[in-house]
Design a protein around this ligand. Sequence first.
Ligand code: ZN
Length: 195
Amino acid sequence: MILKYCPQCASPLEERRLPDEQLLQPVCSRCGHVLWQNPKPTASGLITRRQKRQGPVEVLLVRRAGPPREGCWDCPGGFIDPDEHPEDALRREIREELGVQATIGPMVGIYMDRYGAEGESTLNIYYRVPTIVGTPTAASDVGTASWFPLDRLPEPLAFGNNRRALHALANLLAGEGTGTRHRSQARKDGRRRRG
Ligand SMILES: [Zn+2]
């Protein structure tokens, strides 16, 4: 339980199982106000580039300059503001964190996770970002931004949702034949199967 007191009347909250509900919910012991628990949505970007036509696909990661997971590598992105579409949130976060204009590509996936000391539930939406305009420069809350080959990611990554999204991206690129090592191997396999 993240809050201890009722936001309506400041009385202590207690966990109760409400009728027809499976999970315990924080309920005010005095006024009965229910703090429905829902995951917080975030939007993150898988920003990629290739230096050479046959070169490895690289992904841009940022090093967290504050808690939670300070010093760990993360995908650029952040929490979505009220009424903000996830794509707009991601464009805003990339502009704030890296000072570049992003073109948001297709969604890669949605990954559930936990965040911070309180273990708050998060719903993390990942998009491909095939194009950015400008040279990425890390803002103060980010610390450092660096490109890494997708098959040689730095450690530690900040969150399990980073790892799952980056893995999904590698699989997508391999399937498209635009991956790194996967590409020639996939073609060979394809030829063998067809032959
Ligand atoms: Zn109350």
